[in-house]
Design a protein around this ligand. Sequence first.
Ligand SMILES: [Zn+2]
Length: 244
Amino acid sequence: MPGLKFFRSILAGALAAVGLALAPAPAQAADNPMPPLPGASSITAAEQYNILHLYYTGPKVRLTFDDCATQARLTAMVNWLKAYNVQAVFFFTGQCMLAHPTYTSQLVQAGQLMANHSYDHGDYSRMTAARIIDEVRRFGSVIPSTTPKLCRPPYGAGAFSVGVYNALARAGCRPAFWTVDTRDWDGSSAATIIGRVKYGDATTPRVYPGGVILLHGTGPHTLEALPGIRQALIDRGYATFHIR
Ligand SMILES: [Zn+2]
């Protein structure tokens, strides 16, 4: 597989194309590239780091689960997380939480965190600032917010811009991305998902201390991949957040 320097040079090139410099990485991850944020052309490097790492600068790795999940799958995920004392962030949509009114109490009781992934998975980059703010407020009436309120725009970095950033800030949100895109939603096998976390691939850097792993409650093999993801972090000597 290509070396990390290769990834870094590719990412530096992509960032240069949109007028950005690669943001400084923490000392323990100096050989790891950070994914670019296309369109974020006037957000400081430090703020880009915050967006990618959920406003956290320590060494723990965060698991995040997007969109929604069936009751059976959510219960299995929560049970697994509790068994290993792992605290994840669930970025489920407002529609998902309305359709499953017990999810909020289930996640709270399990010591998990919840954050905003829009009301109905709309593309913020196609909305006015007023509409984005309205989306966030509608969602806020559906589930409680974590502090600080993290908002992960649907469709990822491709749907991100300075305008979206500013609208989310006006809505009281801190935009929240990730460092490892497992692409678990596309039917990838558990082994492939685990490999992307541990080694990265042509699309995503591997996990590093302080990194954020993007997973989906709807991923067909996501649940199956969790033990291997945990083992990959152990093999690299990394820790996750613990339920307090
Ligand atoms: Zn999503």
